[in-house]
Design a protein around this ligand. Structure first.
Ligand SMILES: [Zn+2]
Length: 346
């Protein structure tokens, strides 16, 4: 069984139409919902919601921490609610998802940016002190993307979502490699969902400023979430690309947005897989959107990136990808790092 949302709505004015969606889908006929709002467009969203959903209780949440999720869960226990609506970016949605799971309420995810594939996923990534941990949570019952807000989000955030979607392609290569080498079962439906979204973004020649492209990107990120729900793990959307990404985050924090790192990880992974046609396609697509193609575009030296590649397998123990398969030594890694970057720079 696939735990899919009851409703997926991608379009302009989605926040304003939220009351109707809740009623039509029988999530809440009278609007007795808790609405968790993040810091970003919180005031503006509250002004839209308050007159339209009379019984809603607006709760402000700060950032994506475990503490704010626990605080929100406490608020949810104080009154009767039909559902929790999280409106905002990844951090706010992750807080609302985790809190809703803790108290057993259905959760509606309303995304105001497209920076990564956590919109429709059954995973909450929350910080606790200096550490970040992933929690399995219920799938949202409805997923809404408001393109009005997405268009207001910084270009870097919209580009980031592109990189996260495209990295599905190298993650799938890694999964099939694990099947061949280790007998790990591949879920065909999860692969279909993850790849369809990524291919649509790869082949769409629009830009992050046009609505048709943003719809395709939003669909790809929703499909990625469904793929992870189907697989029961992040496998279809996270391979050696994301191991490298997590290693960069660990060794060189705040280098770039999640999806910008995923993009470079996917390019390097495609190089290691010897997928030359894929690499050329990725390169063209990333260049067209002004995304980093190599670590040099991220401001990392060859030495630093080689360090991250060497560290990468430690970020996901047990996951078998091209990195674990090749098990390269430091000198070989350094040679590959220079080779792929020189080839793309020439
Ligand atoms: Zn990701």
């Amino acid at each position: 069984m696939l735990a899919a949302p009851l409703a997926v709505e991608i379009g302009a004015g989605a926040v304003a139409d939220l009351g109707a969606l809740l009623a039509d889908r029988r999530i809440s006929t009278q609007g007795h919902v808790a609405v968790a709002l993040g810091p970003g467009y919180g005031d503006r969203i509250a002004a839209t919601i308050e007159p339209r959903i009379e019984n809603a209780e607006i709760v402000r949440v700060e950032g994506g921490s475990l503490d704010s999720a626990l605080e929100l869960a406490d608020r949810l226990r104080q009154r009767f609610f039909d559902a929790v609506v999280g409106i905002g970016g990844g951090g706010t949605l992750d807080v609302a998802k985790h809190a809703a799971s803790l108290v057993g309420l259905p959760m509606v995810a309303v995304a105001t940016n497209l920076s990564h594939d956590g919109i429709a996923s059954p995973v909450s990534s929350l910080s606790h002190g200096k550490r970040k941990a992933s929690y399995g949570v219920q799938m949202p019952v409805a997923v809404v993307v408001d393109l009005d807000f997405v268009k207001l989000s910084p270009p870097g955030m919209r580009r980031s979502g592109i990189g996260d979607a495209l990295s599905n392609l190298s993650a799938i290569d890694d999964w099939y490699l694990a099947e061949r080498e280790r007998g790990e079962p591949v879920d065909g439906l999860a692969v279909t969902l993850a790849r369809t979204g990524a291919e649509a973004v790869l082949r769409n020649d629009g830009t992050i400023d046009d609505e048709e492209f943003l719809v395709s990107l939003a669909e790809a990120l929703v499909l990625s979430g469904l793929a992870m729900a189907t697989a029961g793990s992040s496998r279809p959307c996270s391979g050696s690309d994301h191991e490298i990404l997590h290693a960069i985050d660990h060794l060189f924090p705040d280098t770039a947005h999640h999806g910008e790192l995923a993009a470079v990880g996917a390019v390097f992974a495609s190089h290691l897989h010897g997928a030359s046609r894929r690499l050329a396609e990725l390169d063209r697509c990333l260049a067209r959107h002004g995304l980093p193609r190599t670590h040099r575009d991220l401001g990392l030296s060859d030495e630093q990136f080689a360090q991250a590649v060497e560290y990468a397998p430690r970020t996901r123990p047990g996951r078998y990808t091209i990195l674990e398969h090749l098990d390269l030594g430091s000198d070989e890694i350094r040679r590959h790092v220079e080779a792929y970057a020189d080839a793309l720079d020439s």
